[in-house]
Write a protein that binds this ligand. Structure first.
Ligand SMILES: *[C@@H]1O[C@H](CO)[C@@H](O)[C@H](O)[C@H]1NC(C)=O
Ligand SMILES: *[C@@H]1O[C@H](CO)[C@@H](O)[C@H](O)[C@H]1NC(C)=O
Ligand SMILES: *[C@@H]1O[C@H](CO)[C@@H](O)[C@H](O)[C@H]1NC(C)=O
Ligand SMILES: *[C@@H]1O[C@H](CO)[C@@H](O)[C@H](O)[C@H]1NC(C)=O
Ligand SMILES: *[C@@H]1O[C@H](CO)[C@@H](O)[C@H](O)[C@H]1NC(C)=O
Ligand SMILES: *[C@@H]1O[C@H](CO)[C@@H](O)[C@H](O)[C@H]1NC(C)=O
Ligand SMILES: *[C@@H]1O[C@H](CO)[C@@H](O)[C@H](O)[C@H]1NC(C)=O
Ligand SMILES: *[C@@H]1O[C@H](CO)[C@@H](O)[C@H](O)[C@H]1NC(C)=O
Length: 543
């Protein structure tokens, strides 16, 4: 069973860290041992060679050329555990890793020194490969010793090996992500994505909207539902989802109820935009989700969310900002694909900062993004002790270096004077909110404050996470990471066991499960919560 209090989470993290520290030195010692052994062998070999084979006097350059050393197979030379070529190649690999690390830590001098030795090393190796001769000790020695010194310096200065591995993994992931983003943006795949997403989902939206308009009893049933006392009953378990994606929202609700022990005790508060309101309402009226309660509301109902009360709305209505969001959107393939009105996207996205206003009678609520799949009973989340904090979230700084400085502009005095840059980052997508604590802390006012400070977009560029990190700074309770496993929208290497153990998996990233370019490995996790035998789904999805 998942327990997610801060202490539990902290202990688990520390344990994980400790055990990884305990494990890692094992192979490091092993590696060092081998290096030592190889070094010793080389030393011995060389001494023998010098004494037995060296011609007594060789001091004629031209003669050196005329008497070539024995030709060697350079591939074999590189594999041989005793060759200098091998030793150089190994050291070069390590050095390359430290270049990345040094750059990451802004140690440009070290990175430059390492790079220049790597270039020397590459030159020597390619000379060897071209001429097909073994690399001699005299050639290799200066490079090896300089590299060894630099690597020692790098190790000594700050980069312990567990940090190294994590950083390298992240670096690889980032590269992968970038490569994929490039693919998504490339003409062919961009087209594919643009075709697959809007056509299928648009088709579904249109069919559901038709049904909504054709059948007036849907509207009256929807209004009846809105009067249900269950919507304000604090003995039930409340969830909120803000989305304009009908199918994705149905998957979130369906997966949540399918894995709940008592689905009838769950209440979902869905908020969507005007365009999708009819379709969203119809979807939840014509399908049964195990007797849970679903309320669908339109963002336009919130008259309190207006330009005079919310800096975000004000900023969005300013032409300049709209221009900014729009141009940022066009750089973001996912947004471009969605063809959304950026104003609605941003407003729906930012509704998470207005939950107490949207649900004024509630005390606790779980927020779910529309790109998640729930795999466990989430009702236990409601009994986690938040220690007076407003939000419960999983931290993201252990796996990757996602600390506050990654998201915010710490050159700006407003940020640097109030915030510690090393604070651990965390994730939106599956969060428990204590709305009583929220109101007490005036967190929405804090959000307004930061949103206003960022009117010139100097503190952060875009998105809701930076605003969230600032708004809930010091008000966040870390949860056990298994509550929320991230990365299914970009990371192709997530451990199956981690996914299996996750209460919620999150397809953050561009490769959403409803797109053709979804990561195939993770697609079924989402797809199995779609009722493909439903006529609308079948008609829209299968071509
Ligand atoms: C060096 O080699 C050249 C020609 O290959 C030869 O004429 C000369 O005598 C050599 N010098 C020595 C010191 O061996
Ligand atoms: C060199 O060694 C590799 C592996 O042992 C072998 O595949 C390759 O054919 C060899 N090349 C030559 C030119 O002998
Ligand atoms: C819902 O409640 C409001 C007032 O609370 C009432 O005017 C309305 O008729 C009710 N609607 C339904 C369908 O019961
Ligand atoms: C704007 O919102 C505030 C409170 O949030 C409310 O008092 C005011 O009436 C709203 N204005 C309009 C025009 O709806
Ligand atoms: C960060 O803040 C500083 C100080 O206001 C500003 O000069 C700089 O342009 C900002 N950087 C970004 C990337 O917005
Ligand atoms: C929240 O706002 C109210 C009134 O606006 C104020 O009285 C209270 O002190 C504020 N609380 C905090 C923690 O800032
Ligand atoms: C909900 O998910 C189940 C699989 O757990 C699936 O059989 C069912 O068709 C889905 N229901 C809807 C309404 O999508
Ligand atoms: C899937 O949809 C079909 C057609 O609407 C319906 O008969 C069936 O009960 C649904 N299956 C589930 C598991 O909800």
């Amino acid at each position: 069973m998942l327990r997610g209090t801060g202490h539990g989470g902290g202990d688990a993290r520390r344990r994980a860290l400790r055990s990884s520290r305990r494990r890692l030195p094992g192979w490091i010692w092993w590696l060092l041992g081998i290096f030592l052994l190889v070094g010793l062998m080389l030393f011995v070999l060389h001494h023998n060679q010098k004494e037995q084979f060296r011609p007594p006097v060789v001091d004629n350059g031209s003669e050196m050329e005329e008497v070539p050393r024995e030709k060697v197979n350079f591939s074999e030379e590189l594999l041989s555990s005793t060759s200098f070529a091998r030793q150089l190649a190994d050291q070069m690999t390590l050095a390359k890793a430290y270049v990345i690390l040094a750059k990451e830590h802004d140690n440009l001098q070290l990175a430059w020194e390492l790079s220049s030795q790597i270039r020397n090393c590459q030159r020597l190796l390619s000379e060897g490969a071209v001429s097909g001769r073994a690399i001699t000790k005299d050639e290799a020695h200066p490079i090896i010793s300089r590299l060894a010194l630099l690597i020692y310096k790098a190790q000594d200065s700050h980069y312990d090996i567990s940090t190294t591995i994590v950083t390298l993994k992240n670096h690889a992931l980032a590269l992968e992500e970038r490569a994929k983003a490039a693919i998504v943006q490339s003409a062919e795949f961009g087209q594919l994505a643009a075709e697959s997403f809007p056509k299928n989902l648009h088709c579904l939206t249109v069919k559901l909207t038709e049904e909504w308009l054709r059948n007036p009893k849907h509207r009256s049933r929807s209004e009846e539902n809105r009067n249900s006392t269950r919507l304000v009953d604090n003995n039930l378990y409340h969830f909120c989802i803000f989305s304009d994606n009908v199918l994705a929202t149905s998957v979130v609700v369906n997966s949540t109820v399918s894995n709940a022990n008592h689905p009838q005790q769950l209440v979902f508060h869905v908020v969507t935009d005007r365009i999708h309101f009819g379709a969203m309402s119809t979807l939840f009226l014509i399908n049964d989700f195990k007797g849970c309660t679903v309320e669908v509301r339109c963002i336009d109902e919130f008259s309190w969310l207006n330009a005079s009360s919310s800096p975000l709305v004000r900023q969005l209505s300013e032409v300049e900002t709209q221009g900014y969001y729009y141009s940022a959107g066009s750089k973001n393939p996912e947004r471009e694909i969605k063809f959304h009105n950026p104003k609605f996207v941003s407003l729906l996205n930012h509704l998470r900062f207005y939950i107490p206003q949207i649900l004024p009678n509630l005390e606790k609520v779980v927020f779910l993004d529309d790109d998640v799949v729930v795999q466990k009973d989430l009702t236990q989340l409601f009994s986690i002790e938040l220690h007076g904090n407003v939000i419960g979230a999983v931290e993201t700084c252990l796996e990757s270096f996602h600390r506050y400085h990654k998201y915010l502009n710490f050159s700006h005095p407003t940020i640097s004077s109030k915030i510690d840059p090393h604070t651990c980052g965390w994730a939106f997508g599956m969060n428990i909110f204590d709305l009583i604590a929220w109101r007490k802390a005036n967190a929405t006012s804090l959000y307004h404050y930061w949103q206003e400070q960022n009117s010139d977009l100097l503190l952060w560029r875009t998105g809701t996470l930076p605003a969230g990190l600032l708004t809930f700074y010091g008000l966040m309770e870390p949860l056990d990471r298994r509550w929320h496993v991230l990365g299914l929208g970009y990371d192709v290497d997530i451990d199956d066991r981690l996914i299996e153990s996750a209460a919620v998996v999150h397809y953050n990233g561009n490769m959403k499960p409803w797109l053709k370019l979804a990561i195939r490995r993770y697609k079924y996790i989402w797809e199995r919560y779609v009722n493909i035998s439903h006529p609308y789904v079948r008609e829209c999805m299968l071509h």
